[in-house]
Design a protein around this ligand. Structure first.
Ligand SMILES: *[C@@H]1O[C@H](CO)[C@@H](O)[C@H](O)[C@H]1NC(C)=O
Ligand SMILES: *[C@@H]1O[C@H](CO)[C@@H](O)[C@H](O)[C@H]1NC(C)=O
Ligand SMILES: *[C@@H]1O[C@H](CO)[C@@H](O)[C@H](O)[C@H]1NC(C)=O
Ligand SMILES: *[C@@H]1O[C@H](CO)[C@@H](O)[C@H](O)[C@H]1NC(C)=O
Ligand SMILES: *[C@@H]1O[C@H](CO)[C@@H](O)[C@H](O)[C@H]1NC(C)=O
Ligand SMILES: [Zn+2]
Length: 744
């Protein structure tokens, strides 16, 4: 196809002049062969190549990758983790199926571990000092995996050490409201609280408890929340996917993400580090997670009034709130509970493994794809199901690159992040280390962490501009169950909404919080992000997350037998994510939809207007600037959309294409304001920053409004005005990014 004729034919004078200049410069005429770079510059996505890629993604290979990745425990910086660093580097440097280049990059990061020779535990001791109960030190060995000496004993990372002792109380989920309820009738000072997972973040439970004078915290997983109520050995793994009675969810008990000692800077050996005592968001009191088998021993002996119905769980008794034990039970009522925590902190070297496929046309534009590598124990599902998918995608693409059959238009950067489980550390340090380069050149970050929670349907989260490329890909992938059912058509059955922009029903894209490594890319750098996985049929289970999450039962055997026998759901995710990746890397025009933000902005605005306008009007604060900014966003996103759809029918001059692509790439960046939330560390995205208020609108406005209503202070109403300005300015800036570039 002759690029020149189409360009000349469709577009008018100015472009013909530009072409004339090019022709003049290179001394070629319209009739002679254009130099090869001309054709290269118009390189677009190759549908046949995408089909070939999808065909070659093998479920057997993914299974084999996963088997190797989850053979040994690989908690961050341990030998198991370092072995996987080598394994991934080896694959990415393989001369036959590797990438162009790969390397490890290390940061010295602040981690927290339990003492191997002094295991954490929870005890019941009588006033006379007699021990009546001691929690398990390890999970029960049900398959060979749990007896691996490298299985880390259950602990709450970053909880302080200490051995507090007091009367036990049951505090539901450890929310502020839960403790407030208890505090009405019980003096919580000097007590030990036991709470179930869910409802509030891990560290929030401990922070809340300490506010009421609680001195030690026990956290457990209730069978009602994780196992659809099933609790017996015969009903749980290895007989089903449910959590065995001895299973314990480990986890990081810290609120913020990134290395805790080096906020905003990479944790290099020369970096300035804050004082350990100045770290915020950590549990102030010793905290220990236990299994429901042990929790039952404690909770079912509690004295005091029966807990509210909504506080009852799946253990075989009525839950009382305490304080202390029943006099007629197993423990006598003089008994205390002691939480023994011996955690320690250490700065250790953690590696990211980075791999690259260089782009042929726009090597300075990056599409990134990543997942963490570190687990708590064997981590077959979290995170190895995602890493197995990434390794299969890189194997297929690497093979094509090495054979000279394909090279992307844009550069693809793969990341195997370290120390995610401790708080998204590897990806955050990387974002800080390469802040400018990533901000200036990265179009999209794709995250595939846990790739298969369950086998029912695709679940996608992302910012609005990425939804359409996910739709396109999902329509081309078949579900594991039927060759006539696409992933898209199956997805829409589970998650859907009506869209005015799409004129009908579309799959519901979820929003991104800060649950995995996309967080620094989205919240700090302002890069359009997505997170893809296969997930549950919610009519079949209400499990809070897959039941073996962060336990010693998250193993290859568990995955192979109970999560995805045949690995076909893994394959569907690999095909979908790879399809999305290829479209982003190879399309002439980036497949991002700026108009898709409009629905979010309009919904946010409507909610703010409905919920806040009465009070705002009373205070003389106006939402009109925000409304005007959104109208301006609509105008310019419509215009750009029109420009792009006209462009799709023709080949454009490379500079115009580049100009439009830069507008698309930089759109998300316009919502970043590092001064908007000075107390929220990395949260700088005016649309997606964390929000305490339950009202779904601009987070800064929602939280400022809630504060002003609760205090009634003028200075707090001023903050509402401030955050309306912040939001309006961000939306206005985004509109300007989309506006024709040559405008004032
Ligand atoms: C509870 O145990 C202590 C120590 O074993 C004992 O002295 C006390 O009498 C017991 N109290 C009751 C009510 O059984
Ligand atoms: C708990 O209750 C006591 C007694 O009513 C009260 O003084 C205290 O402020 C309450 N604690 C919190 C954190 O609300
Ligand atoms: C810091 O790290 C660099 C790069 O790894 C290394 O070359 C240097 O020797 C280290 N310096 C110190 C003081 O450890
Ligand atoms: C998912 O897995 C379960 C258990 O292995 C099986 O019964 C079910 O048919 C599978 N569903 C799909 C959609 O593949
Ligand atoms: C849309 O989703 C709901 C569940 O959220 C489902 O019941 C309904 O059937 C779906 N609609 C379609 C057309 O699939
Ligand atoms: Zn994970």
């Amino acid at each position: 196809m002759n690029v020149w004729k189409i360009v000349g034919g469709v577009f008018g004078g100015a472009l013909i002049l530009a072409i004339g200049l090019l022709i003049g410069h290179f001394g070629i005429s319209k009739t002679s062969e254009a130099p090869s770079w001309v054709k290269d510059l118009s390189k677009d996505v190759d549908e046949a190549f995408i089909q070939e890629f999808m065909k070659e993604v093998s479920s057997d290979n993914i299974r084999e990758h996963l088997r190797k990745l989850s053979m040994s425990p690989h908690m961050a910086t341990t030998k198991g983790d370092e072995d996987l660093v080598k394994m991934i580097l080896n694959q990415w440097k393989d001369p036959k199926f590797g990438l162009d280049d790969a390397k490890e990059e290390r940061y010295d990061v602040y981690l927290s571990f339990p003492k191997a020779d002094q295991p954490n535990n929870v005890r019941v001791v009588t006033s006379g000092g007699e021990q009546k109960f001691k929690s398990r030190l390890t999970e029960e060995s049900l398959t060979a995996d749990q007896s691996d000496p490298d299985v880390v004993k259950p602990y709450a990372a970053y909880a302080p050490s200490g051995v507090p002792k007091g009367k036990l109380v049951y505090a539901n989920q450890g929310k502020m409201s839960d403790f407030e309820t208890l505090n009405k009738t019980i003096d919580l000072r000097g007590t030990i609280a036991i709470v179930r997972y869910g409802g509030a973040g891990r560290s929030a439970k401990a922070i809340n408890a300490a506010k009421f004078g609680v001195i030690g915290l026990i956290v457990y997983t209730d069978p009602k929340d994780i196992n659809d109520g099933y609790a017996s050995k015969s009903q749980t793994y290895p007989n089903s996917w449910y959590m065995p009675p001895s299973g314990v969810e480990r986890g990081s008990y810290v609120e913020d993400f990134g290395d805790l000692l080096t906020p905003y800077y990479p944790a290099k050996n020369f970096s300035y580090r804050i004082n350990e005592n100045d770290i915020k968001g950590r549990p102030p009191i010793p905290t220990q997670p236990i299994g429901f088998e042990d929790a039952e021993e404690l909770i079912c002996q509690l004295n005091g009034p029966e807990a509210d119905n909504s506080w009852q769980g799946g253990l075989s008794c009525k839950y009382n709130i305490g304080p202390g034990f029943r006099p007629d039970g197993k423990f006598n009522d003089s008994s205390d509970v002691q939480v023994n925590v011996y955690n320690y902190a250490e700065v250790k070297s953690s590696a990211n493994v980075m791999g690259i496929i260089r782009g042929s046309v726009e090597p300075d534009r990056y599409i990134m794809y990543g997942n963490h590598r570190d687990s708590w124990v064997h981590g077959a599902i979290d995170p190895s199901s995602g890493t197995a998918v990434m390794l299969e995608i890189t194997r297929v693409l690497g093979t094509k690159v090495k054979a000279g059959k394909w090279r992307p238009r844009r550069t693809i950067i793969f990341g195997s992040w370290g120390a995610e489980e401790f708080g998204l550390i590897g990806s955050t340090e990387f974002s800080e280390d390469y802040y400018s380069k990533l901000r200036d050149r990265t179009a999209v970050y794709i995250n595939v962490d846990i790739s298969v929670f369950a086998n029912a349907t695709l679940r996608a989260q992302g910012t609005p501009p990425v939804q359409n490329v996910i739709f396109t890909a999902a329509k081309q992938v078949k579900t594991p169950v039927s060759a006539s059912l696409s992933v898209y058509d199956n997805w829409i059955r589970y998650f859907n909404r009506t869209s005015t922009i799409y004129n009908g029903l579309i799959p519901q894209l979820g929003t991104l919080g800060a649950g995995s490594d996309y967080a620094p890319f989205l919240h700090y750098l302002g890069i359009s992000c997505m997170d893809l996985a296969y997930t549950y049929d919610r009519s079949k289970t209400s499990a809070r997350i897959y039941p073996a999450y962060h336990t010693a039962f998250d193993t290859f055997d568990y995955t192979d037998k109970h999560i995805d026998p045949g690995f076909t759901s893994h394959q569907a995710v690999a095909r979908t994510a790879g399809n999305v990746l290829l479209r982003l890397a190879d399309s002439l025009i980036l497949p991002l939809g700026p108009r898709d933000y409009l629905e979010t902005l309009e919904n946010y605005y409507k909610t703010a207007e409905t919920q806040f306008s009465a009070q705002l009007t009373n205070r003389g604060i106006s939402l009109v600037p925000l409304k005007n900014a959104i109208a301006r966003y609509q105008k310019f996103s419509d215009e750009l959309d029109k420009t792009i759809s006209e462009l799709k029918d023709a080949k454009e001059t490379p500079l115009r294409v580049r100009m439009i692509n830069d507008q698309l790439m930089l759109l998300e960046r316009a919502f970043i304001n590092h001064f908007a939330f000075p107390d929220k560390l990395y949260y700088s995205h005016v649309i997606w920053a964390s929000r305490s208020s339950s009202i779904v609108t601009f987070p800064g406005i929602a939280d400022a409004y809630a504060m002003a209503i609760s205090t009634g202070l003028q200075k707090d109403w001023d903050q509402v005005h401030h955050h309306i300005t912040v939001a309006a300015t961000a939306v206005d800036n985004a509109a300007s990014t989309l506006e024709t570039a040559a405008s004032v």
